[in-house]
Design a protein around this ligand. Structure first.
Ligand code: NAP
Ligand code: GDD
Length: 337
């Protein structure tokens, strides 16, 4: 059996990656979880409860800010593959909490790399770092492996630090360490404060009469949005290559937030212009105007291609959130059901 350790298993990508690996009969999946005052494991509850995967799915308490906990877990599990997905991943919040973000995203990665380096003296261990298209920042599109970075947020600076540390561990210690520079990827499990999910949840609640308005910041920003389920498959493919390397994963097309709004509201026969209002609190001190990936080299090498297109992604999210809104409405009308 192969043992995989995932940091960030309670997040969007961690939950999809755990499912993807557990679908393979030869994987045992270990996830890092942090203590919280209330349970925040709704994305992985179904895996914990699944009888078939019960013996192949284990959670361990640790934190990217706590080197000793990381080292203890890595030494206990001795994983074959480590996927470092844990992060304070919200760009706007990184302006409010720059030091915490740098600590978790930047130094957290370094702490995990150190634990991995120690283990690599005993056995082959493969490391995946969740790098981000946000590192390209204001670099002109399309952005690919040759594009120089120009980060525009504390989050992006921290990710860039982690990115280069990962490459340095590969060069200095011969670690099997890969970076995946992933463009935005979404799903029905996307955090509610990221713009796509905020839009699909709000559109569905407006449709059901549960909400009147949707407040947003810069809707002219443009992103290269794909489906998270497709992107976690690419992470695994990177670690199955004969040599470690850096990769870009993207749809290679870009859409504005305004376009996303138009399509999502349109799917519910609503005109977004009647409901969307501007709120400056969602603006960022420095914005990334346009992300548009060039994943051609990666696609050639990995043979990866996405299965869900942009419209399919929006539809999947709208349908999911419409069902949630319908249930919410039903629960309000029939509280004793
Ligand atoms: P997410 O939903 O925000 O999940 C983040 C995960 O990190 C959660 O499980 C969270 O745990 C965990 N975490 C946060 N702080 C931690 C700490 N100090 N120690 C240990 N775990 C911690 O993020 P995602 O969308 O799945 O993204 C996964 C990774 O890919 C992140 O590193 C993100 O920055 C990167 N990335 C994402 C995208 C994208 O478009 N989604 C694109 C490029 C790169 P709790 O549940 O306990 O908070
Ligand atoms: N979150 C949010 N909320 N964004 C808004 C809003 C709003 O109310 N209104 C407009 N936007 C704009 C943001 O200014 C940004 O230009 C765009 O919508 C996308 O914002 P997010 O969905 O928060 O994603 P992001 O692009 O900043 O960051 C995500 O993608 C990165 C990869 O490029 C995150 O998942 C990062 O963790 C990831 O690295």
């Amino acid at each position: 059996m192969k043992h995989a350790l995932i940091t960030g298993i309670t997040g969007q990508d961690g939950s999809y990656l755990a499912e993807f690996l557990l679908d393979k009969p030869d994987y045992v999946v270990h996830g890092l979880v942090r203590r919280a005052s209330s349970f925040n494991r709704k994305r992985i509850d179904h895996i914990t409860a699944g009888a078939q995967t019960h013996d192949r799915f284990h959670l361990h308490y640790a934190d990217l800010s706590d080197a000793s906990s990381l080292s203890t877990v890595v030494q206990k599990i001795k994983p074959d593959e480590i996927y470092n997905l844990g992060a304070q991943s919200h760009v706007r919040i990184s302006f409010d909490q720059p030091i915490y973000t740098a600590d978790t995203v930047g130094l957290g990665t370094l702490r995990l790399l150190e634990a991995t380096r120690n283990l690599s003296q005993e056995k082959l261990v493969k490391f995946y770092q969740a790098s981000s298209s946000e590192m390209f920042g204001s670099a002109p599109p399309p952005q690919g492996l040759e594009t120089p970075f120009h980060p525009r947020s504390p989050y992006a600076c921290a990710k860039l630090y982690a990115h280069w540390q990962t490459i340095n561990y590969r060069e200095a210690y011969n670690l099997f360490a890969c970076t995946g520079i992933l463009f935005n990827h979404e799903s029905p499990r996307r955090g509610e404060s990221f713009v796509t999910r905020k839009i699909t949840l709000s559109a569905a609640r407006i449709k059901e009469g549960l909400q009147d308005k949707l407040y947003l910041g810069n809707i002219e920003a443009s992103r290269d949005w794909g489906f998270a389920g497709d992107y976690v498959r690419a992470m695994w493919m990177m670690l199955q290559q004969p040599k470690p390397d850096d990769y870009v994963i993207a749809m290679d097309e870009t859409h504005t937030v305004r376009e996303f709004l138009d399509i999502a509201f349109g799917m519910l026969d609503l005109d977004y212009k009647k409901y969307v209002e501007f709120d400056p609190k969602y603006m960022r001190p420095s914005e990334v105007d346009i992300l548009h990936g060039d994943s051609s080299k990666t696609r050639r090498i990995l043979g990866w291609k996405p299965e869900v297109d942009f419209k399919g992604l929006v539809k999947m999210m709208v349908e999911h959130d419409h069902e949630l809104a319908r249930r919410e409405k039903h629960a309000l009308a029939f509280p004793n059901d």
